[in-house]
Design a protein around this ligand. Structure first.
Ligand code: ADP
Ligand code: MG
Length: 585
């Protein structure tokens, strides 16, 4: 392969101008001559990968602006939260600058394109923009201009020698930016992380600041609902807390305590919207999102039914035991899970990977997994029903594993018995109905029997599963390793597709790309003799990311954004090629 492009052997901007003159009008392949680094005086440009033709995926470039030139106050990057915020702000500024500098695109394929991976509503650590000791590095795609399959020299000059320097100088240098907006961005991200960090100490699993705006534009548009009808969040007095934030002073809002929280209320009153906001409270949000002060425990996992998924030797016996034909459920495998078995597997896998809070919505759950009322218990005896419903395990989850659950359930009162707090959504406003619920439980008995046979959750969740190296075959065609991504929810790993539709907390295709690469990194680690279980392997990969950074562990020139360990584990569990050996127990 070709050598990486580095600081050594830099040429000048004038050299680039001459080189373009020399290849102008030639066949597209001659662009390869431009590969290399150029010193523009105030920044460096590296053309790292050159596309083979105008229709191939665009070329990859990087610019590096020295700290003295970028000149951001060290206060803006003095801690990890601030650094993340500054990086995020610059990526977005670069992206905006592209829109104003690139006037029109002419030519074929990707001719004239410049694109940076700047992200959406969430603020994620990403490889598109990194700052090291004040030096700014941006990585982006460029489509080298062509007429037909000939090099458009004028287009290349306009792009590389005019537009690109203009947008670097306009978006990556302190003096050209709106420093007020930048400071606000940094303060907002720092506050979100402080709020999230304060949760555990206060005995909370989530916090929603008063004034937050939870509803979204639409089911496919994650921007805030901009409408006079949008009701801002207001905490009920019983759950109101104030959390100090480093920049925003005391932030008041609703704290959701550890334990079992039931969200009830009529249809269309905002229950699922609230739960979705909590699911994404694991991420920081950009100011103006409406959820920038909605935070949840970082190990919060949204659980749903996901029929059709594959499951590999998961112990679902706490929930499902005694299947027809004596199918074992202590090491349950299937290529086509049902609603209830998939939901049970999702829970057991999340626990295995370290989930601390589960979010469950009736809208996306299997009914028979969630409830089994007194009449059905009378009609079908437990001996003929493999399922122990979630309602009979949720207390054990809390008491034996310390795992909290937040559950949306407007359709059945069976959970009133087990809930530590009951929050009703009434016209998008939360009210605490815990005491009322207790009275009702006393006055209207359900007559249902508590069911709790089978294996304790704790034992089942802690059973180690050791992935077999053959699970991770990334070969495709003549390539030893070929991993690609289609949109947010599909990874093509070698020749197998990994479907991630069920992972509602995945928000950015660059996370999906990172997950693909990290599966490979994990696969390489499990080829040795010292067989580690999945939990240990995931821990080792993330420890390495902590030391070396995401880009070093994943390799390549692709855009990546930080996923959670939980989503990487979830993706591996959905591989149709996964084979594990169980620890003896
Ligand atoms: P539920 O789960 O209780 O049936 P949803 O959360 O799905 O209700 O919300 C129903 C509708 O109300 C959705 O279209 C949602 O966007 C909208 N909505 C949710 N919260 C608010 C709010 N605070 N203000 C205005 N509209 C809201
Ligand atoms: Mg709903």
């Amino acid at each position: 392969m070709t050598q990486p492009v580095t600081e050594r052997s830099l040429r000048s901007a004038e050299d680039l101008d001459r080189l373009i003159g020399r290849i102008s009008g030639k066949g597209y392949k001659a662009y390869e001559d431009l590969r290399g680094g150029y010193d523009f005086g105030d920044f460096l440009l590296f053309l790292e990968r050159i596309q083979g033709d105008p229709f191939a995926s665009p070329s990859r470039a990087r610019v590096s602006v020295p700290a003295e030139v970028a000149s951001f106050e060290p206060a803006l990057w003095r801690n990890q939260a601030r650094l993340l915020a500054l990086e995020d702000f610059l990526a977005r500024a670069f992206s905006r600058a592209i829109r104003s500098e690139i006037r029109e695109r002419r030519g074929m394929g990707s001719s004239g394109l410049i694109a940076i991976d700047a992200g959406g509503q969430e603020v994620l650590k990403r490889t598109a923009l990194e700052i090291h000791d004040g030096c700014v590095e941006a990585r982006f795609a460029v489509g080298l201009p062509a007429f037909g399959r000939r090099i458009d020299g004028e287009g290349a000059r306009e792009m590389l020698l005019r537009a690109l320097p203009a947008l670097v100088r306009r978006s990556l240098v302190a003096k050209s930016l709106d420093l007020g907006a930048l400071a606000g961005h940094v303060r907002a991200i720092e506050d979100q992380q402080a709020l999230r960090g304060a949760l555990a100490g206060l005995g909370l699993v989530a916090f929603i600041a008063d004034g937050s705006l939870l509803p979204r534009q639409s089911g496919v548009d994650p921007r805030p609902l901009k409408s006079a009808d949008a009701v801002p969040f207001k905490s009920p007095p019983e759950l109101a807390v104030k959390i100090p934030a480093p920049n925003g002073g005391e932030v008041s809002g609703m704290g959701i305590p550890r334990g079992i929280t039931l969200i009830v209320g009529g249809g269309f009153h905002g229950k699922s919207t609230l739960l979705s906001a909590l699911a994404l409270g694991i991420y920081d949000h950009i100011p103006g999102d409406g959820r920038e002060r909605v935070v949840s425990n970082p190990a919060t996992v949204k659980i749903r039914a996901e029929d059709g998924r594959r499951v590999e030797k998961v112990d679902i016996s706490p929930f499902i035991d005694g299947l027809p034909l004596g199918r074992p459920t202590r090491a349950f495998s299937t290529d086509n899970a049902s609603g209830s078995t998939s939901q049970a597997a999702n829970i057991m896998e999340a626990l295995e990977a370290g989930a601390e809070v589960l979010l469950v919505d009736e809208d996306t759950s299997a009914t028979n997994f969630m409830i089994r009322d007194a009449r059905m218990q009378a009609l079908i005896p437990k001996s003929c029903e493999p399922i122990t419903p979630f309602v009979d395990r949720v207390v054990e989850l809390k008491e034996d594993l310390g795992v909290s659950t937040i559950l949306v359930m407007g359709g059945s009162g069976d959970y009133l018995e087990v809930a530590d707090q009951v929050i009703a959504m009434v016209e998008y406003e939360p009210r605490v109905l815990t005491n009322r619920a207790r009275t009702i439980v006393a006055e209207i008995p359900t007559r249902r029997q508590r069911e709790r046979p089978g294996r304790p959750l704790r034992e089942a969740a802690l059973r180690g599963r050791r992935p077999h190296p053959s699970s991770f075959d990334a070969r495709r065609g003549r390539r030893e390793v070929k991993i690609s991504v289609k949109g947010l929810h599909t990874i093509l790993y070698g020749t197998t597709a990994i479907e991630l539709e069920g992972l509602e907390q995945l928000v950015d295709p660059s996370q999906t790309r990172a997950i693909g690469a990290l599966i490979h990194a994990l696969g390489e680690r499990c080829s040795g003799q010292s067989a580690s279980d999945l939990r240990e392997l995931l821990g080792a990969v993330f420890e390495e990311i902590g030391r070396k950074g995401l880009r070093a562990v994943c390799g390549g020139l692709q855009d990546l954004a930080m996923p959670r360990l939980l989503e990487v584990g979830a993706a591996i569990n959905r591989m149709r090629t996964l084979k594990v050996a169980l620890e003896k127990k």
